[in-house]
Design a binder for this molecule. Structure first.
Ligand code: GLN
Length: 207
């Protein structure tokens, strides 16, 4: 069986939208495969790529830890499994995290992406908004980016490629097999970032 399986972690957050966007991306690319929600180590072991959705990173981290999946996710990413973390999912992937108001909080992280992330970075006034962005290295323009109590990336290490910026700060980044966005690409209508993950999943599978 050569079907590509994209797993969406379902500890907490907007899982359904990512399942739909992944299925749509597979269809648009003409690739046999499926998107499934995953939670247990056994389920996570079987996927070719993983999406960690938006939601609430502290809750997500706790649930992933208690279901004994956090360490396996970290290991599989370090072994090269492609992963995309969006919003809270990006926070989970980051090596360094603090909250704009309450500062550093002990929270469970996967900690593989060399960035510093500020949680709830836009404050009350601009908690949620959407805007059109360009992803030049993907040849995409006018991508609708939806920000919901979004974080910002305040610092990125040298191996981190910035795919898009907003007001100087990176909002979409890539470090080898790891993709992170501060916004919600599953609400965009464009499946460009899901397609990027699927391409990485195909390459990972071919190894
Ligand atoms: N504010 C959330 C957090 O810090 C992230 C919000 C989101 O994922 N939409 O975890």
């Amino acid at each position: 069986m050569n079907r590509i399986i994209i797993g969406v972690t379902s500890f907490q957050g907007d899982v359904e939208e990512h399942l739909l966007a992944s299925k749509m991306a597979l269809g648009r690319m003409g690739i046999e495969g499926d998107a499934v929600s995953v939670k247990t180590p056994e389920e996570i072991e079987r996927v070719d790529a993983l999406i960690i959705p938006g939601g609430e990173s502290t809750v997500m981290g706790r649930l992933a830890f208690f279901s004994k999946s956090l360490e396996l996710i970290r290991q599989r990413i370090l072994e090269g499994m492609p992963v995309m973390g969006t919003c809270a999912g990006l926070i989970m992937l980051a090596k360094r995290v603090y909250d704009r108001v309450v500062g550093e909080k002990k929270q469970q992280l996967i900690g593989v992406l060399d960035v510093t992330v500020e949680r709830n970075s836009y404050g009350r006034q601009r908690e949620s908004f959407e805007t059109l962005i360009d992803l030049p290295s993907l040849g995409v323009s006018g991508f609708k980016a939806v920000f919901i109590r979004a974080p910002t990336i305040v610092e990125a290490g040298p191996q981190v490629e910035v795919l898009a910026r907003l007001a100087e700060r990176p909002i979409a980044v890539m470090q080898d097999n790891i993709i992170g966005t501060t916004f919600h690409p599953e609400l965009s209508g464009s499946t460009a970032l899901h397609e990027l993950l699927i391409k990485k999943a195909q390459a990972f599978r071919a190894k």
